[in-house]
Write a protein that binds this ligand. Structure first.
Ligand code: ZN
Length: 138
């Protein structure tokens, strides 16, 4: 893992939570992005190189809606920046981690992403993300 890239936080109401985190962090969100395939709308803050990704559900079927129902608002995942996401996924699998995704998928913020199952990561849902710009450079 190269570094902690962002911290994902599940929220019920994106406007209210943007206002709350603006007060808390002392900075405004710099973008919103919807990821239709995941049923989420995201809002990003960046504090000294670490991003905060607020995640709100866009439908009842969204994994975020299910998370909120089970656990309520709060910490959802930690995301680590990696190079060569496929290779990293297979290496982690070899050493015993359970992958939720067998192939990287498109995430917010121009990334390819994959999640590790929290049952294998001490209860912390863990995301691998790789910048698409880097992935497609030769
Ligand atoms: Zn994320």
């Amino acid at each position: 893992m190269k570094k902690l890239e962002h911290i994902g936080i599940a929220v019920r109401n994106l406007e209210e939570s943007e206002a709350l985190f603006t007060r808390l962090l002392g900075i405004a969100p710099y973008k919103r992005e919807t990821v239709e395939s995941e049923g989420v709308i995201t809002s990003f803050f960046e504090l000294n190189g670490v991003k905060f990704e607020l995640l709100a559900a866009t439908s009842e079927e969204s994994p975020i809606a299910k998370f909120l129902e089970k656990k309520g608002e709060g910490l959802h995942h930690l995301a680590f920046d990696v190079d060569g996401i496929e290779q990293r996924m297979s290496t982690l699998k070899e050493v015993g981690f359970d992958l939720i995704h067998t192939q990287p998928k498109d995430g917010a913020d121009n990334k390819r992403i994959a999640f590790l199952h929290p049952k294998s990561t001490g209860g912390v849902l863990t995301e691998l993300c790789e910048d698409k710009g880097l992935a497609h450079e030769e």
